[in-house]
Design a protein around this ligand. Sequence first.
Ligand code: ADP
Ligand code: ASP
Ligand code: MG
Length: 424
Amino acid sequence: MALIVHKYGGTSMGSTERIRNVAKRVAKWARAGHQMVVVPSAMSGETNRLLGLAKELAPAKPDDAYGRELDMLAATGEQVSSALLAIALQAEGMGSVSYAGWQVPIRTDSSYTKARIESIDDARVRADLDAGRVVIVTGFQGMDDEGNITTLGRGGSDTSAVAVAAAMKAAECLIYTDVDGVYTTDPRVVPDARRLTTVSFEEMLEMASMGSKVLQIRSVEFAGKYKVPLRVLSSFTPWDIDINEEAASGTLITFEEDEHMEQAVVSGIAFNRDEAKISILGVPDTPGIAYQILGVIADANIDVDVIIQNVSKDGKTDFSFTCNRGDYAKAMDLLKTQVLPKLSAKEVLGDTKICKVSIVGIGMRSHVGIASKMFRVLSEEGINIQMISTSEIKTSVVIDEKYMELAVRALHKAFDLDQSIPEN
Ligand code: ADP
Ligand code: ASP
Ligand code: MG
């Protein structure tokens, strides 16, 4: 008998029929004696629909006044699905209550559309659990110090669930989704992708940060920081499947490396089409230049990813970096208005038609030649590499977006990810 957090994604909550199924599954867990907290996403397509309405009225603007209203708007999606799930649970004869993020409260900073959770007060939730109720907490949202509603970035319900599990010291956080676990790569792109029974926390962190949207990166960070046992599994199994079988299904994120993991040099391939590349040409090659360029970008709360500075010629160099496509217009504007005139650089060039493909694996620590094999595979496919970045357990390349699927499929095959690894 334990405190368990379930998270259900948009597809899993996509219709009243599916919500009824979620309710039956959750009721099964509660009747088995567990204290249940459930974190739902908005019904599938709803967040896009809401944000689309805003865009119809005014194009996306990077100011706080607009961001505040986007969060006010988008947070309603999860409020709807949470209330519907509570109603469905009550219809199953299970006491249940739903809370919006601000009612818990889940406190965040004030970065609208990408707020970070700062603290969670679990008193109210705990009181309901102790009274025998299932508690539904809306995913994706919180409240800042001034009482404004904030949202946690796309896919943020994963983070809500793991943060609630961490705050309440839950025995496990189960992320129910429309695939039955974490695969070697997105099974929608590579049908031969294999499900991993376990994946190390570090690999999951790299895969999520390199674009595998099966888990939002911050949810993995939280799980690592607070050692929350985390499992990704399917919400499409019959709701009345044996609870022990269900509890052992999917993919477990592990915190200890075992021999089994050591065997695979590359465990997964991630890709990200949400980035854009910006290059500033002809900047003086003197101390402080990177800071002058990226300081302005960081002050605007824009995350930068791959960074490259070329060798200099005649005291001038070219400086390139990637950022999220959503931040591209803002970054270009800042560079043109604030950086270019100060540095007397030649020009700023932008490219939004790029993508990043990464190979990830703990085994890369102890094997040489993995990156060069990646480059060989890409060259054999005639794919030009624009940027490269590496860490101990990953190598990423930035390439033309139109070659993304080709690159992912070729790498998946070349690293034998379609072949099963013997179980230990
Ligand atoms: P949810 O709505 O449940 O949060 P998401 O769409 O956010 O679901 O995440 C699940 C999707 O992530 C899958 O349908 C799959 O297409 C995609 N995905 C990307 N990379 C992977 C991977 N390595 N393993 C499994 N799924 C992946
Ligand atoms: N509904 C939000 C989104 O679509 C949060 C989530 O699904 O995790 O991004
Ligand atoms: Mg998601």
